[in-house]
Ligand binder design. Structure first.
Ligand code: PEP
Ligand code: CO
Length: 472
């Protein structure tokens, strides 16, 4: 292992006394175990757990350190306003939906959205899937009671099963091995599709999803694709050869690194690099419920070299946010830290500006990303958990304006979406109503944007950004 390079000389902040940060110099992949564990399952059989973890330790990683460092470089460029981050996928993947169709349809939506963004923002887009490992879910209660029977809550397929039976709900460590395998299959298929030319800009028609041919958005999208096709042909005519680097795009993976024993088992040292990498994903993030300063998750994350993200909800105070910056990126390393704010349409105007101001005043480098989904979840009378497109849109538009007013930059978006024809969020181009929810509600956790709604979000990002860029 190479030696750690000298520390950078980032300016210490002015009021450090307000935020005493006890940084233990000692860190190890397992040092989180000494901290309060939030959202962690209780495995009934310690021997089985140890056996599963030792198997996981020996299995090959899912990503490489050089991909991780390449993504960090791209995120650093996004921090400087030279790229835009598109991060999206299911709320939670399920073992049952690790199928060719689900994976390729999700990839198609993300590719189409990125095409809209590249074309409209005139910026390269960093594409990060919320997949190939997004199997663990934080829950508001440890148990669930139905008809007088109390069982552990469903925490995602990596931990237990969704069915309300004692067998399904008992945490099973073998599920970690299965999650690792499913993640590997997902990544393998995505890599093969991309290497095989699926993402080739010469053939954006590969990304069309059959059921959207009659979409109200189809015309606008098709016009844009035709425009790009013309531009590609023009460039090729001009240069007299095919433009090869349009044949492929880079795709990265991310998930909420919630289940720390799993993450620890995939945390490795690699030849010719200093430090430790989480090799189960490129961009792990800390969820809103597990971002306590003295908690196990912050302890684990501070020691890995991956770029990392933290979800920031309306209860986070500026002081806490700055302490997170201190703990997670003490050297102010470019590309290291992303904050994903998820305030809700009704709170974002009050809650976001003080955070933006504090980080800007301290001169610290972060990438600001908006998740307009998780602060806008509600239950309707029929019992469905849903989100209104109008609220999602409103939070996103407000976020662009608030950043512009604060002198900061919204550098990306984080979305829950699927390429399937689901009816989980209300509104959008087809004006889905409460009566539509029953038709195709498939999520076992949060409601996702369907293809049309996702594409509409990409188009409105472009519209909002050009409105802000236009001279007053
Ligand atoms: C999620 O991203 O699915 C999630 C649970 O988000 P948050 O931590 O922001 O609530
Ligand atoms: Co979710």
């Amino acid at each position: 292992m190479a030696a750690r390079p000298p520390q950078s000389t980032a300016m210490p902040h002015t009021d450090r006394s307000l935020r005493p940060v006890k940084l233990s110099p000692e860190w190890a992949p397992a040092s989180w175990r000494a901290r309060p564990p939030a959202q962690m399952p209780v495995y009934p059989d310690a021997v089985e757990l140890a056996a599963a973890l030792s198997e996981l330790h020996a299995l090959p990683p899912l990503v490489t350190s050089w991909e991780i460092l390449a993504l960090k470089q791209r995120l650093a460029e996004a921090q400087e306003g030279r790229r835009f981050l598109l991060q999206g996928g299911d709320c939670a993947e399920s073992f049952g939906e690790c199928s060719s169709e689900v994976i390729s349809n999700r990839l198609k939506v993300l590719l189409q959205m990125s095409l809209v963004l590249v074309h409209g923002l005139r910026l390269p887009v960093v594409r990060v899937g919320r997949f190939a490992g997004q199997y663990a879910k934080p829950r508001s209660a440890d148990t669930e009671t139905i008809d007088g029977v109390t069982l552990p809550s469903y925490r995602g397929d990596i931990i237990n099963g969704a069915a309300f039976t004692p067998e399904a709900r008992t945490p099973d460590p073998r599920r970690m091995i299965k999650a690792h395998a499913r993640s590997a299959m997902t990544m393998n298929f995505v890599r093969a599709l991309i290497d095989g030319g699926f993402a080739d800009l010469h053939h954006p028609e590969y990304w069309d999803l059959g059921w959207v041919r009659h979409s109200p958005l189809a015309d606008e999208y098709q016009r844009m694709v035709a425009g790009i096709g013309d531009a590609v042909r023009f460039m090729e005519t001009l240069s007299g050869s095919e433009v090869y680097n349009l044949n492929r795009v880079d795709f990265y993976t991310s998930h909420e690194a919630l289940l720390l024993p799993y993450e620890e088992a995939q945390t490795r040292q690699v030849p010719r690099q200093w430090g430790w990498f989480n090799l189960s994903t490129h961009l792990p993030w800390i969820g809103m419920r597990t971002a306590a300063l003295d908690g196990a998750h912050v302890e684990y994350f501070r020691g890995i070299r991956n770029p990392i993200a933290v979800k920031v909800g309306p209860s986070v105070a500026t002081d806490q946010l700055l302490r997170l910056v201190d703990l997670l990126n003490p050297d102010d390393e470019p590309g290291r830290l992303t904050f994903i704010h998820r305030m809700g349409a009704a709170s974002v105007a009050a809650k976001l500006p003080p955070l933006l101001d504090a980080v800007r005043r301290e001169g610290r480098r972060v990438l600001w990303v908006c998740d307009p989904m998780h602060g806008n979840t509600e239950s309707v009378a029929s019992g469905y958990k849903t989100r209104r497109f109008s609220n999602i849109r409103s939070e996103l538009e407000q976020a662009f304006e608030l950043h512009a007013a604060a002198g900061t930059r919204l550098g990306g978006v984080h979305l829950e979406l699927t390429g399937e024809d689901v009816t989980e969020c209300l509104g959008g181009a087809r004006q889905l109503t409460e009566a539509d929810l029953a038709r195709a509600y498939r999520s076992t956790v949060d409601p996702r944007l369907n293809y049309e709604q996702a594409l509409e979000i990409a188009m409105l990002i472009v519209r909002k950004q050009s409105q802000l860029n236009a001279p007053a």
